[in-house]
Every structure is written in C-alpha cells, then in structure tokens.
Design a protein around this ligand. Structure first.
Ligand code: LLP
Length: 413
C-alpha cells in the first residue's frame, strides 16, 4: 500500500492526504509514483536475463501519466481497443511492445494497430483470424498473431472476472486450438508468433496459473509436430493483490513457479494490470453528512459508485482509511455515496467515526478505479494526481459540469 500513517495522519509518499484534498478538492484519486515503480520492478527483477515483455493491461488504469511512467520503465502494453492504442501512443509507449487482446476487434481497429506496427494480435476466434488476414491483405502487410487459448481451468475468483472456463466468451477452446493454429499458419497475411491465455483476475493462488501453462506447453508440443514453432508464450495477467486480508503470492513467488515451466527459448510475455497499480492508488472523499436510522449508521461521502464501481459491481471489499487515523475506530458504519441507487456503497460495516467535513480514503483504488467511473447522476469525474516524493502533479483535472453536455444539442426546432 502506497499510503501510510504518520502522526495519526494519512500520507502518500511525502504528501499529506488532507493537504492534497484541500488543494485539489474531492473526490480525488491519488497515485504514488514510487509504488508503481516498485510494483513494476517486482516483476522485472526476477525476469532479468530472460527474454520477456511485461505488457501493462491498460484497462486497469489508462491515465496518460501512468502509461508514460510505465513506458519509461520499459513496459509494453496490453490493449483492448483502438482508444487504448491511441492512449499508449499519446503517452510515448512503444507500439512494438503492444499486444492487442479482446474478442470484438473492429476492422478499423485492426488497421490502426497494423499501421502502428504492434508486436502481436491476441486472436480470440477463427472469425477474427479471417478478418485480420483480410485487413492485413488490404494494407499489404502481415499481421503477427498469437492465439488466445481458453485452457478451461477454474481461476477460483469472482465469476465476473473469471475468464478461462468453457462457459466464458474468451479465447479458443484448447481442444479446437490446434486447428485454429493450422488455419492461422496457412493464411498468407498472418504470421504465427505465439500462444496466450488469461484465465481471470485477482487470483490468489498459483495453481490455476500452473495448470494453464502446462496445458499451453502440451499444445506447443502438438503444434511443433505440425511444424508450427512458437516464439513467445503470453501468460496473461491476473495476479491478485491484497485489498484487506487476501494473501496472494508476491510477483517473485508467482514467477518462481511459472519460469521453470516455460523454456527460456520462448519469450515470456505477461499482461499484469491490477498487480502493477491497484495499491498505488487511493480515492479520497469528504463526508457530507452522517445519519443513523436506528438500525444502521451511514457515512455519506461526496464520492460513490460513480467514481468507484468495484464494491457494488463485484461486492469487492476494499480497505477504508480515515485520513485522521483515530477515526478508524467507532460505530460500525456503511460508507455510502450520494448517488440515488441502493447499490451506491463503498464499504459495509466498517468501524468509522468520521463526521461531516472529515476525509475518508479507499485503498487499492489504483486499478479499475477511475477507468470504470461514470457521470451517472451528472457528476463530473474526479481529478487525478500523482505524488512523487514531496512533489505532486495534477494528471487529470476535475471535469466541469458544462463538459458533461459538451457533445449534446437542443432540438433544432
Ligand atoms: N489480459 C487480459 C486479456 C485481460 O482481460 C485482463 C483483465 C488482464 C490482462 C489484466 O488482468 P489483471 O492483471 O488486472 O488481473 N474490473 C475488474 C477486473 C476485470 C479484469 C478484466 N481483464 C475488477 O475491478 O476487479
């Protein structure tokens, strides 16, 4: 966690959270540059001396400053849309280190990525192979491809974020994969580069990853018999983080189990999102008021599901950190937002004595936080800042109310 208490006050690196909230207003996303750097090195260090490419899953946090920081550290990027590709390029990312995942790539997104010269397309269906071959032919180019295989392993995570089971829409079933590879190898405007899988997110055990890689290695042998040689293996993302009590393996522990399964002749590609940024971010809100209906105490913030969807969407339990540490004790309370929805809550039954005007932060908000926020109830999206030691950078200004209807029009008559 990037945040810590000092003299009973919450800090991010050398900046007091209360002062940041005063200066930039609330709701406010605060990221720690050092925490992102440390998380990146936790993956990169064990991979030294080995052919590898760490592709940050842009969907987890697509702020340009975050992408730029990771690009400078040497990261590549896993994208799922033309919009994410444009962001990566705007942030100074190297297209040659980009992999493109997703089940519904449009023709124009394919053309955009081909022209940019990305590293690889992670193809998720036979229909996509045909479409990509056609688009590459029109451009007179050859598309580098990996086939995303669905290895049918149970990631033992929340059903909304498990992706490697037969019933999920992702990838090509492992039993059908050899045919898909043969087809890819036969198409003139495709070049088979590798195989990939992504079995789910917020995994706290290594066994499902191990099972998936073993299946991919068997597939590699089958393909070799057909003369199809793979240059890389992409093991996806999915490594979990500690929000409250979870005990996921550390990146070094996870890699220590993965690396012996994959021959060093293969370039190891991975797509971590959450593990690089979740615990580098906080969402800070101010208490508007409190109320007790005789049954429950509610602490009502100026931020809610519009800024942070994870609690209501996945029943995710995220850490609550009163900015004044002494307020982490008190009556059991539900931390809720101002949005007119029963599901607008950030935490349930937490001890909290914060009152009107006090500040409360939610930890673990650096991944799938701002990126999933919305303007529901016509709420401008939050500002984002990045702390670097005793410096702070405004990396996204708060939206204005007027900007919410900037693309709208009254009826002409
Ligand atoms: N690669 C692919 C193909 C993915 O679909 C994902 C995430 C990742 C990599 C990165 O996974 P990570 O390392 O972050 O677990 N909004 C949800 C998580 C959705 C994950 C979707 N795919 C949440 O807030 O928990």
């Amino acid at each position: 966690m990037s945040a810590h208490y000092q003299n009973q006050q919450l800090w991010v690196e050398d900046q007091g959270v209360a002062a940041l909230a005063e200066r930039f207003g609330t709701p406010l996303y605060i990221y720690s540059k050092a925490a992102i750097e440390q998380a990146y090195q936790a993956f990169a260090t064990p991979l030294q001396g080995r052919k590898h490419l760490i592709c940050f899953a842009v969907k987890a946090n697509s702020n340009l400053a975050v992408l730029n920081l990771l690009a400078r550290l040497g990261a590549g990027f896993d994208i799922v849309s033309g919009g994410e590709l444009a962001r990566v390029l705007a942030a100074g990312g190297d297209p040659a280190k980009v992999v493109f995942s997703g089940v519904g790539k449009t023709r124009s997104e394919m053309a955009q990525a081909l022209k940019a010269g990305i590293h690889c397309f992670n193809v998720e269906s036979v229909a996509e192979l045909d479409r990509l071959n056609g688009v590459a032919a029109e451009l007179g180019l050859v598309a580098p491809v990996s086939i995303r295989v669905n290895p049918d392993v149970d990631a033992k995570t929340h059903p909304y974020i498990a992706t490697g089971l037969k019933e999920n829409k992702f990838g090509i079933d492992i039993l059908m994969a050899p045919d898909a590879f043969r087809k890819a190898a036969s198409l003139p405007h495709l070049k088979v580069l590798g195989v990939d899988c992504h079995i789910g997110s917020q995994l706290t055990q290594t066994q499902p990853f191990v099972d998936a890689i073993k299946r991919l290695m068997e597939l590699r042998e089958t393909l070799a018999q057909d003369g199809i040689e793979l240059a890389h293996m992409d093991i996806g993302g999915g490594l979990g983080v500690t929000y409250t009590n979870e005990q996921p393996p550390k990146p070094a522990e996870y890699l220590a189990e993965m690396l012996p399964l994959i021959p060093p002749s293969l370039t190891l590609v991975m797509e971590p999102g959450r593990a690089l940024v979740a615990n580098a971010g906080l969402l800070v809100g101010r208490v508007e008021m409190t109320k007790d209906n005789g049954f429950k105490r509610f602490v009502i913030l100026d931020t809610g599901m519009n800024d942070l969807m994870r609690p209501t969407l996945y029943q995710a339990v995220m850490p609550v950190l009163a900015v004044n540490q002494s307020q982490n004790q008190g009556p059991m309370s539900d931390l809720v937002g101002p949005v007119c929805e029963t599901g607008d809550w950030l935490a349930k039954d937490v001890p909290l004595s914060a009152e009107e005007g006090d500040l409360v932060a939610i930890g673990g908000a650096g991944a799938y936080g701002f990126v999933m926020s919305s303007n529901y109830n016509s709420r401008p999206r939050a500002a984002e800042v990045m702390v670097d030691g005793d410096k702070v950078h405004l990396v996204r200004q708060r939206e204005t109310v007027e900007s919410l209807w900037a693309g709208e029009q009254l009826l002409a008559e």
